[in-house]
Design a protein around this ligand. Structure first.
Ligand code: PA5
Length: 327
């Protein structure tokens, strides 16, 4: 039965899932461009977040290729010779992602990331390479395996500034970091009123993940504002939200000296809370953030009396979409 216990037990396996992903990515022999110009990562929800993760890393370290994160049912342009498309769906049955596969993979280089389903069948039938994920989990709970399989495929095949194969191995110590105090404090705070998350690069993916985890696992609606844009509009409304303690800025060591965060916080007279990420590198800080997000949302699911594993409305949406498309 998938319940809090299953969720917690799987979170305890995150380091092991990351190591599995590492090995899958480094062993994979998939066709990829000699000179990589652009990576397109396509997937929805818990599978699609890997695009935001890679995009945070690529932006921060100025990778020699672009990363595009697409959460849609099609790629709205014609892929080029130097493109590599990662088609990611944990279940392999997400219709939007299958639609991208059908539209783009016959004429372009695609690598499929999945645990099975229709996507795996179609990729085998068309001779496409796949990075196979462990079966029997929830998509959002297999996050480390998804992230590390793609990242290790990239580091094994390309020279990527600041992310080397050996630093990937080193990064997994962060899965053992104790989060209890921070989790309890933030979960209690979010129980009083849902957070408004303020985030600046290179931590976009952490805020996106936290907003999604709170929705899927705790059934709690929260929101995100991106800096510096939020300082040109939303900052006017924030002093009137009633509970000023709802505003949380996501920060890490790369926020030090971030002039946008400093000026934004001063404009609000310093009335902001912080969600602080820890780790020796950006990669570790991002992983720390996703773990923090999972544990906070787990804690809140219990406080609010929900099963973190069930997502009735997502299931209804998928069923309805399948019904409509099969007619
Ligand atoms: O985490 C979840 O369960 C969802 O966000 C799913 O990832 C999303 O519905 C897409 O499904 P899949 O990851 O199987 O493609």
């Amino acid at each position: 039965m998938m319940d809090r216990n299953f969720f917690e037990k799987t979170l305890e396996r995150w380091q092991e899932l990351a190591i599995r992903g590492l090995r899958t990515g480094e062993k994979a022999e998939c066709d990829a461009p000699d000179v990589l110009e652009r990576i397109i990562v396509t997937g929805m929800g818990g599978s699609g977040i890997v695009g935001d993760f890679l995009s945070d890393l690529a932006n921060h370290y100025s990778w020699p290729f672009e990363v595009l994160s697409l959460k849609d049912d099609r790629i709205p342009f014609r892929p080029r010779e130097g493109d590599l498309i990662f088609v990611v769906s944990y279940s392999g049955n997400t219709l939007e992602t299958l639609s991208v596969f059908n539209q783009s993979c016959s004429a372009s280089r695609c690598i499929i990331v999945t645990s099975g389903g229709e996507l795996l069948s179609r990729s085998i039938a068309s001779g496409k390479c796949s990075l196979r994920l462990s079966e029997g989990l929830l998509p959002r709970l297999d996050l480390p395996e998804i992230l590390y399989s793609i990242l290790s495929f990239l580091t094994s095949n390309y020279k990527i500034p600041n992310i080397k194969a050996e630093s990937l191995d080193d990064s997994i110590v962060i899965f053992k970091e104790d989060l209890k105090h921070q989790v309890n404090e933030l979960a209690k705070r979010f129980m009083i009123s849902p957070p408004i998350l303020i985030v600046s690069r290179p931590y976009f993916s952490v805020a996106i993940r936290l907003k999604n985890d709170l929705a899927e696992n705790s059934k709690l609606y929260s929101s995100i504002e991106f800096l510096p844009e939020a300082a040109h509009n939303v900052v006017e409304a924030l002093p009137y939200i009633g509970d000023p303690n709802r505003i949380f800025i996501v920060t890490g060591k790369y926020s030090w000296g971030n002039i946008y965060i400093e000026a934004f916080s001063k404009a609000l007279n310093g009335k902001t809370g912080y969600i602080e990420l820890k780790g020796d590198s950006l990669l570790q800080e991002l992983i720390y953030g996703y773990r923090l997000s999972a544990y906070i949302s787990l804690e809140l699911s219990s406080l609010r009396g929900f099963n973190p594993c069930t997502t009735e409305n997502i299931d209804k949406y998928k069923e309805e979409l399948g019904r409509v498309l099969s007619h």
